[in-house]
Design a protein around this ligand. Structure first.
Ligand SMILES: [Zn+2]
Length: 118
């Protein structure tokens, strides 16, 4: 008689501890992960040497190789380039390092000019 009553009591205790208290302790309301969206974006510059031409530099007055450089400014997301938003062409003197902005036509012209001389 007495044994049956104590058994029922123990059963109820086990239910309340394992059924309701344990899950609440494992996932407290404050620890709900917030929706965090982290975007790492920026811009990068990619340089490519298009051509090398020889002429007297306007800055140092030395006949030196002039690098025709295509400079692409690219939008990057997570450090991966997505698209190019601006492209510039510059002429860089290898003797003094002076840079002169070129138009796309001038850069293209330097290519056809050097191709004709080969
Ligand atoms: Zn120069």
């Amino acid at each position: 008689m007495g044994a049956a009553r104590s058994d029922r009591c123990a059963h109820r205790h086990g239910r309340s501890a394992g059924g309701a208290a344990a899950p609440r302790g494992r996932f407290p309301a404050e620890a709900d992960p917030p929706l965090l969206i982290l975007l790492i974006f920026g811009s990068g510059i990619r340089e490519s040497l298009l051509n090398v031409v020889y002429f007297v530099c306007g800055y140092c007055q030395v006949q030196a190789p002039q690098n025709v450089i295509k400079r692409s400014h690219r939008f990057t997301l997570f450090f991966l380039p997505l698209f190019t938003f601006s492209t510039r062409y510059v002429n860089q003197c290898t003797n003094c390092g002076a840079e002169t902005a070129l138009t796309a036509e001038q850069a293209q012209h330097s290519l056809t000019w050097s191709a004709g001389r080969r």
